[in-house]
Design a protein around this ligand. Sequence first.
Ligand SMILES: C[S@@+](CC[C@H](N)C(=O)[O-])C[C@H]1O[C@@H](n2cnc3c(N)ncnc32)[C@H](O)[C@@H]1O
Length: 312
Amino acid sequence: MNAYPVLKNEVFEEINAKPVLKWAGGKGMLLPKITEHLPTKLKFGAIKRYIEPFIGGGAVFFDIANNYNFEDAYLFDINPELVILYNVIKYDVDDLITELFELQHRYNISEDKTNFYYAVRDEYNLFDKQIDANNYTKDFVRRAALTVCLNRTCFNGLYRVNSKGLFNVPVGKYKNPRILDEDNLREVAKALQYATIIQTDFAKVLNYVNKDSFVYYDPPYRPINASSFNSYAVGDFDDNEQKRLQCVFVKADKVGALQMLSNSDPTNYNPDDNFFDDLYAKYNIHRIWAKRMINSNPNGRDGVRELLITNY
Ligand SMILES: C[S@@+](CC[C@H](N)C(=O)[O-])C[C@H]1O[C@@H](n2cnc3c(N)ncnc32)[C@H](O)[C@@H]1O
């Protein structure tokens, strides 16, 4: 295992990586709008460090790694399964491909796919939930393979655990789920070679940020209506967390980092709710149009405004 990240400028190969997982809040659809608002300094190769503290499915990181050059990247998430998966892809992609090949084969020949799914889920739920994802071991390969397999075969590609940390998403309905996508895993491995992936809270940004950094924040969105807000469980990303995040943004701004932050726009439903306009009054607030499923609209798809906040 490589203790230090390889610098991206040392990697001359082209990269064409896409997210490995379907992930709630994935930014795939918004990439063109995000690209429009990226700092010119990044486009001209003058950003040395990329930092993304809520990496999730990584749609933005992979797109930036495919298109721009920088020296190193720091990717964080609080979810250990993501950190385990990305480190396994970085360090042991061949072993991961072997495991996924076997899972794909077993799935294909299995006569009872539902039974196969629940057997994989049971095995997954035996893993230690209190694991320190930053302490890499070879055992992570199997765990990462099951994360991918479940994501490809569960209902809607959801990730959800109960209060005991057990993965409880039911089986999905797919004809030919692609459990192994070898080409993409190899591209993702290339993109991750110069990244350090850590299970940690977003505030750790402040340990890594400098004036040559670009930070992209994609936190769990603030719920856009009061009823869903009230039903928020303890430990979720509430308004105090959004304010704690703003403090990190302000401190990193003082260090001279360029920063972009995504969130929902409360004014879609309540024109008087200026939560983010007040919180980020000193910065630039762009309102962008996002296509989304709106449950309250029986006619199907509609759009909403979302926020892209930048300090440049
Ligand atoms: C909206 S998702 C990111 C989506 C991602 N940009 C994509 O395109 O797939 C938010 C992520 O923040 C993570 N998260 C929640 N609270 C966190 C915290 N305090 N520190 C770091 N990550 C956190 C969640 O585990 C989740 O993966």
